[in-house]
Design a protein around this ligand. Structure first.
Ligand code: ATP
Length: 267
């Protein structure tokens, strides 16, 4: 099966069902467990952004990583385009992994300093052995244009770009394998406030023009409100509330969500 045929008729891109993750602790806590995600269920449709909010340590990143297969849950299932990704063989999983990309807060710090912008954007395609060299070059140019990095900069190296521009490079690299689902984990938190809005606008435009599904992880309620169609509120690994963004922000049902909103001065 070709990757572009994966679940072509499936409107549900991601379904997490009763997912839990326990970490075994080390050091002085050796032998005990910590429940980072507790029986969470969540789904993301095509062209939908689900915001994950909650305070530090509530399990947002762990759940985001489980969603794209980076962490195996202790129990529960993760279905991507209708298929349980932890029940499939290695080859099939490799195919599905391309469809799920993650953008981290510090993605831009891991850019290879010896590669030019052109090489950095081509790298994911080269590693996956996709396309001919000429096609990779053309695709990298189009991706640089999509994230609004000028053609004249393709020969520049990572250190020659600002923080916001480097995060654009990470976004272009995330798009290089034509994903269906993106988990963006605090993608603008490390950037200056003035730059955050521009990168968020870009991410929203790209999500809409490509009809991408997205899990958007942030501790910043204003940013989540801007990005999300649906919002899930996490507390101690549990989903306290999950619903359309406008309902969560206008009429929060749980006391914890109200506390989060009350402590968000930027809203
Ligand atoms: N590899 C690990 N081993 C042990 N405990 C872990 C591990 N990863 C995460 N945890 C714990 O699981 C809980 C959830 O962490 P997680 O990073 O998912 O939360 P978060 O909401 O994303 O927080 P933050 O915003 O600070 O990143 C925390 O208590 C964390 O210490």
């Amino acid at each position: 099966m070709k990757t572009d045929q994966l679940g072509a008729q499936n409107d549900l891109v991601l379904e997490l069902t009763n997912v839990s993750k326990e970490f075994m602790l080390g050091g002085m806590f050796k032998g005990s467990k910590h429940v980072a995600v507790d029986n969470a269920s969540l789904s993301v449709k095509r062209n939908q952004v689900v915001g994950l909010v909650g305070e530090s340590g509530s399990g947002k990143s762990t759940l985001g990583r489980i969603a794209i297969g980076l962490i195996k849950p202790t129990s529960g299932s993760v279905r991507v385009l209708g298929q349980d990704i932890f029940a499939m063989g290695k080859d099939e999983l490799r195919l599905y992994r391309r469809k799920m990309q993650m953008i981290f807060q510090d993605s831009s710090n891991s850019l290879n300093p010896r590669m030019s912008l052109q090489e950095l954007i081509e790298e994911p395609m080269r590693v996956q052995n996709l396309y001919s060299a000429g096609e990779r070059r053309m695709r990298a140019r189009a991706l640089a244009d999509e994230v609004q990095l000028a053609e004249g900069w393709l020969g520049r190296y990572a250190h020659e770009f600002s923080g916001g521009q480097r995060q654009r490079i990470s976004i272009a690299r995330g798009l290089a394998l034509e994903p269906e689902l993106i988990v963006a984990d605090e993608p603008v938190s490390a950037l200056d406030v003035s730059v955050q809005a521009r990168v968020l606008n870009l991410l929203k435009d790209i999500q809409e023009s490509r009809s991408l599904s997205m899990i958007f992880v942030s501790h910043d309620m204003a940013v989540v409100e801007f990005m999300s169609d649906q919002v899930a509120v996490l507390y101690n690994g549990k989903i306290m509330e999950n619903g359309p963004a406008e309902d969560i922000f206008a009429n929060p049902k749980s006391a914890y969500t109200r506390t989060l909103l009350d402590s968000s001065p930027s809203l």
